[in-house]
Design a protein around this ligand. Structure first.
Ligand code: GLN
Ligand code: ZN
Length: 763
């Protein structure tokens, strides 16, 4: 008999109840007791939705973040958050959001207590709060949250399996603040974990899931050794440990993972089964093998028939030792397709969200117990959906396929090398030294958002909405003219979101109404669903840009989202390689680029905000990703004539390790984030001679602070130490859409002033 279980469930609620409860609590509208009740109600509902499983995760629920929860369980709270006193919940949100931060601004430290740093959870779009380590960090068990939830689950009759983040991953995911070695803390950490396991045993827990996702990454000898040390010490009578890895195969960590003294191993097998045969040979006979067969990372129905074909012999071989689960926590997929009336019905039939994924698991388990006949109808329905998807003309468009096959390296290459182009562009654009520009968006005011909401609700007609946006664009252009900026933008008033805006105009994309996924804390995103071959039926931005350009004699920058960012911020089809899908997007954007050029637009920016975050977990896979990602960008951008200037923007500046690839994109100008790091991040440019123009951000748009002229001049002088002044631009870090006009205008005025003084001293 195969055991079914789940590694984690979405916490936010099917209608984002947790988000609204949190935000009400933070704004003082509900007391802590109400927040606690609502959280308990959500847990109860989520457990009920998982009741068909043999083991249900407990402790995966979190008010903000599961890594932060683990820090509190380990009594590991930054000193600055303790110092202010208050109860545990105050302290918890203080670490998560900073003290007295009204609506989180990640980088503000209102009240003097900075929030903990946030970073991406492996290669997902979820962000966790980074534990901060020092040489003298101490740990002290506080099992109260976990024990209370375990008791709650017991009362609800849940077959509970507590979930913990394992000690080695916990250390690996944190940052040493004083340069000390994180692994040196392991001997202090392990006794606390052991006490926690004993406490769970006393509460009647039997299986405990201990997550060590770093086993899916490359580990050096010290970290491998840490695993051995840790798991030899974590043997606690009465507790059986299921060591869980996910987000990729074990590969070179296979031996290590199978030999650790635990009772079971969970592996992600959604990226192929190659790992499995060697794993089976290595795994000791007494251990449970849990296979993550249903993807916790995409929204597609699984091929249940194909899964059964290879699971049946395995089940015969492993018997009770075989467990089945989703590949990872279902945190990364939307909650429920039921009641999803946003997605068009044809596409909807191909999808599975968290609840549907658990249903699939149930079908697999029943088929393995009782034979396929017992679930004939479910298998039949599954097969029909897959056949329909495979045959749908909305998924497969021969002309798109042919266009991708016809892509030549030539299409990704500019006609002339940079120096020659730059000279042509200088003639056409006639810009001063240290030209000023912005990254694209201007404030999305309440008026703009209101107009869009009214339009979507059908209360404002298309014409009136268009008129409102055109008026906003005009206002934005006038403001930039009076500020004296050199290269203007239209301000992106008409865009709700930089991916959704384009997705809505492309064939091959679908949108859900409730498909929310947690990004961090109460923040959720609703990634569009890229289901089919991508086609651009008509120009997407030309009219807006042309209108904006008609209002000024200064160059107007066309503004597009790049193919890699479109891909990385969508749920992407699983029936062809990502690189191929990316190239389809690239071809659609290339058409837009060429249309903009034909409309007389001389500067075109193609944002690749998410290029870096698509990097695979294992470095050994980086080169392959970068090859197709860079090629896609090149095909999108580089079909233009010499005199057209291509910009790209990336809102980060950890470029050290990928600067060569960024240079290969061959954009004429790249704008990046740097002001928060005081230009330190430009160090990368010391070691690598970036050949084209750069706009290192000099205005931190994440903060309401207005930079002074002198601050900007100082930053630019630092930049000029690394990059020749004639190749520097002056611009903010990122788009201005989250700021207010009252902040933006003085900041940009100072920026323009700074550029003028730089010109004066240089000239
Ligand atoms: N052009 C976009 C904007 O200004 C870029 C946003 C981003 O990099 N995330 O809003
Ligand atoms: Zn940005």
């Amino acid at each position: 008999m195969v055991t079914t279980h789940n590694l984690g469930y979405p916490r936010i609620g099917r209608r984002r109840e947790l988000k609204f409860a949190l935000e009400s609590y933070w704004s003082g509208k509900i007391p802590a007791s109400t927040l606690a009740e609502q959280a308990a109600a959500l847990r109860g509902r989520h457990w009920a939705e998982q009741r068909d499983l043999d083991l249900v995760p407990v402790g995966d629920f979190s008010l903000y973040d599961h890594v932060l929860d683990m820090s509190f369980t380990l009594g590991h709270v930054p000193e600055r958050a303790r110092a202010l006193g208050g109860d545990a919940l105050d302290m918890y949100f203080r670490v998560a959001r900073g003290a007295s931060a009204p609506g989180r601004d990640e980088h503000a430290c209102g009240g003097g207590v900075a929030a903990a740093e946030m970073t991406k959870w492996f290669d997902t779009n979820y962000h966790y709060l980074v534990p901060e380590f020092h040489a003298d960090t101490h740990f002290e068990l506080d099992a109260s949250r976990l024990l209370a939830q375990l008791e709650e689950a017991r009362q609800a009759g849940v077959r509970a399996k507590p979930v913990l983040l394992g000690p080695v991953s916990y250390l690996a995911l944190g940052k040493s603040k004083d340069g000390s070695d994180r692994l040196a803390l392991l001997p202090r950490l392990l006794p606390v974990y052991a006490r926690l396991l004993r406490a769970l045993a006393e509460q009647g827990a039997s299986w405990v899931q201990i997550d060590e996702p770093i086993l899916a990454t490359e580990l050096d000898m010290d970290w491998q050794q840490a695993f051995n040390v840790a798991y030899h010490q974590l043997r606690v009578p009465g507790i059986r440990l299921l060591l869980s890895t996910y987000f990729g195969p074990l590969l070179d960590n296979r031996y290590l993972a199978t030999k650790l003294p635990v009772d079971g191993l969970h592996v992600d097998v959604t990226c192929g089964h190659d790992d499995l045969a060697p794993l089976l040979n290595l795994l000791p006979e007494h251990k449970v093998l849990s296979l993550g067969v249903i993807s916790g990372r995409n929204v597609w129905k699984s091929d249940l028939g194909a899964l059964l074909d290879w699971l049946e012999p395995l089940a015969a071989r492993l018997g009770e030792r075989l467990w089945l689960a989703p590949s990872c926590s279902l945190l990364h997929v939307p909650m429920d397709l039921d009641g999803e009336d946003g997605v068009d019905p044809e596409v909807r039939a191909w999808l599975a969200f968290a609840r549907q994924k658990l249903d699939e698991l149930g079908v697999l388990a029943r088929a393995l117990h009782l034979g396929r006949d017992a679930v004939r109808e479910a298998l039949q329905a599954n097969r029909e959906a897959l056949i329909a998807r495979r045959a749908s003309p909305r998924v497969h468009k021969p002309e798109v396929r042919a266009a991708v096959d016809a892509v030549t390296p030539q299409m990704g290459r500019r006609a002339s090398p940079y120096a020659q182009r730059a000279a042509r562009q200088a003639e056409v654009l006639a810009l001063p030294p240290f030209p000023t520009t912005t990254i694209g968006s201007f404030p999305q005011t309440p008026e703009i958002r209101h107009a869009r909401a009214e339009y979507k609700a059908g209360r404002l007609d298309a014409q009136a909405y268009r008129a409102a946006m055109l008026a906003e664009i005009e206002h934005c252009v006038r403001e930039q003219e009076s500020l004296g900026l050199d290269v203007l933008v239209h301000g992106e008033a008409e865009r709700n979101d930089m991916v959704e805006y384009f997705g809505e105009q492309l064939e091959g994309y679908a949108f859900s109404r409730h498909g929310w996924v947690q990004s961090y804390g109460s923040r959720c995103v609703k990634p569009p669903i890229l289901f089919g071959d991508i086609r651009r039926p008509r120009p997407m931005t030309v009219e807006w840009i042309r209108h904006a350009a008609s209002l000024t004699r200064k160059p107007m920058k066309g503004m597009l989202t790049g193919p890699v960012t479109m891909l990385n911020w969508s749920f992407v089809r699983d029936d062809q390689p990502r690189g191929r899908t990316c190239m389809q997007l690239a071809l659609a954007i290339r058409e837009e680029v060429l249309d903009l050029q034909a409309a007389g637009v001389r500067v075109i920016q193609i944002d690749e905000a998410a290029l870096r975050e698509g990097l695979p977990l294992r470095r050994s896979a980086w080169a392959q990703y970068l090859a197709w990602a860079v090629e896609s960008f090149r095909v999108a951008a580089n079909g233009v004539d010499d005199h057209t200037q291509i910009h790209t923007h990336m809102c980060y500046s950890e470029f050290n390790d990928i600067l060569g690839s960024i240079a290969d994109m061959d954009a004429d100008v790249i704008t990046i984030e740097t002001s928060r790091s005081d230009m330190e991040l430009l160090d990368a440019f010391d070691r690598f001679d970036y050949p084209n123009q750069i706009g290192p951000g000099v205005y931190d748009i994440h903060s309401p602070n207005v930079p002074t002229r002198q601050q900007i001049v100082d930053l630019m002088r630092k930049a000029a130490l690394r990059i020749p002044a004639e190749r520097l631009w002056v611009n903010p870090d990122c788009g201005l859409k989250t700021r207010r006009w009252s902040e933006v205008l003085p900041a940009l005025a100072n920026m323009v002033e700074a550029a003028r003084s730089l010109r004066a001293t240089a000239g």
